[in-house]
Structures are given as C-alpha cells and as structure tokens.
Write a new protein. Structure first.
Length: 256
C-alpha cells in the first residue's frame, strides 16, 4: 500500500512538470507565430489548450483524492497541497501563451508587431521560455538553490516591458492605437508568464525547505486560490470519492 502511495506522489510530480513543459512549449511556439506571422503555429498553440485543461483537471483531482484517501502528513502533505496550488499557476501559463496566439490569429495576415519592437519581443520570448524550462527542471529535481535563481531572470522581462512602455508613451508612436494596445497587452502576457514561472519556483522552495520565499511581487488579479477555496474543493472531492466508494461496496443488484 505504501509503495502504491509513493508511486502516486511521484506520478503527480511528473504530471505537474509535464504541464509546465507543455505551457513552455506553447509559449515558444506562440512567440514564433508572433515574430514570423505564422497562423499555423498560432492554431497549434490554441489546440493544445485541450490537453492542458485535461491535465489540470486530472492533477487537481489526484491531489484532492490523495488528501481524502491517504491523509498525508509533513513533507507528503506539503507536496500534495503545493501540487494543487501549482495547477493554477501552470494553467495560467498555458492560457497566457494562448492569448499571444489569439492576437496573432486576429491580426493575420498582417504582422502584429511594428518592426522597431520585434527585438523586444524576441528577447522577452527567449527569457520567458528559459524561465519555463528552468521551472520544469526544478519541479523534477526539487533544487531550492536553482529555484531561487529564477527571479533574477524574471527581472530581465520586467526591464524589457518598461522599455516598451517608454517607447509607447515618451516617443512619438507612428503605428496607431490598435497596434499600441496589442503591444501593451503582449508585454503584459510575457511578464505574467515569467511571474508565474517564478511562482512555481517559490512553491518548489517551500516544498523542499518548508519555508515560503517571496521571489516576485504578488498580483491579486491572478493569485492562487485561497485556503477557503481549497477547503471547498477538497470537501466536494471528498464527498464524491465517498459516494463512489459507497457505491462500489453495495451488494450487486442494489439500485442507487
């Protein structure tokens, strides 16, 4: 029984890393679509949302099932609760990649980006993808020291977004309001993707050390679910699991 429980924990951790990898792949492809005006690539990113949703639902249900059926304690409890919280960050990363792809699709066959800002987004995309890859690694290796380095990479995305804002507001902008809105939104999407990758790293540090380290500023707009919300979801899953178990143990032929 204990071996099965350990395998379930390992499978959950691996699946969380799979979600992070998928979101990062999507952002890499979305950046390619943005820079190369590639509608096919943009559509591939949007199609992958189905797999991300499936993994999110599956992993959240796994986590709540482990809480309900195994009653983990200490480090195991940290892992399960952290995994449930991570689902929200990883889902959001995938959603942000989808937002980039949607802008590409909406503006196609025109390019979304004016030529002067191409370099900014090429670099923002590179850093965001690098953060996503690093987040995937620390989800697998639980290396708190490596996780702590992600915030330094995130600073580069913040700096690039500030430079973009200066370009839009201080200098004369020649490409119209619609283009300015697109550039502003895209800069925000890349910044938030990077922030969520750092949030993943923060949760890995908590998992490894039991101490929560704030590596990035909190954003209440996309914060993780509250303890009350987690309790509500757990109670729903617990009732569902008990209902299934009760149904499985009733005598054959007895109707529900």
């Amino acid at each position: 029984m204990r071996l099965v429980y350990s395998e379930e924990l390992t499978d959950l951790a691996t699946s969380m890393a799979r979600m992070c990898s998928l979101a990062t792949d999507d952002m890499e492809l979305a950046t390619h679509a943005l820079l190369q005006v590639d509608l096919v690539a943009a559509e591939k990113v949007l199609q992958s949302s189905t797999e991300m949703s499936r993994l999110a639902t599956e992993n959240e249900e796994r986590g709540f099932a482990l809480l309900a059926l195994q009653a983990p304690v200490a480090r195991d409890l940290r892992q399960v609760v952290t995994s449930i919280q991570l689902v929200q960050d990883l889902t959001r990363m995938g959603t942000l990649a989808g937002h980039v792809a949607k802008i590409v699709r909406r503006r196609h066959p025109e390019s979304v980006l004016p030529e002067p800002v191409n370099g900014y987004f090429a670099e923002m995309g590179r850093v965001a993808v690098s953060l996503g890859r690093s987040a995937t690694e620390v989800l697998l290796n639980r290396d708190a020291e490596q996780a702590a380095t992600l915030a330094q990479q995130d600073d580069a995305v913040d700096d690039l977004r500030r430079h973009l804002f200066t370009l839009l507001t201080v200098r004369e902008w020649k490409w119209g309001v619609a283009s300015a809105v697109d550039v502003t939104l895209l800069g925000r999407y890349y910044e938030r993707f990077a922030d969520h990758a750092v949030e993943v790293a923060q949760r890995v540090i908590f998992l490894a050390t039991g101490e929560y380290s704030t590596l990035a500023e909190d954003d209440p707009e996309h914060s993780s679910p509250s303890n009350e919300e987690l309790v509500r979801r757990f109670n729903e899953t617990d009732r569902s699991l008990k209902g299934r178990l009760h149904g499985d143990t009733r005598p054959s032929g007895e109707s529900g």
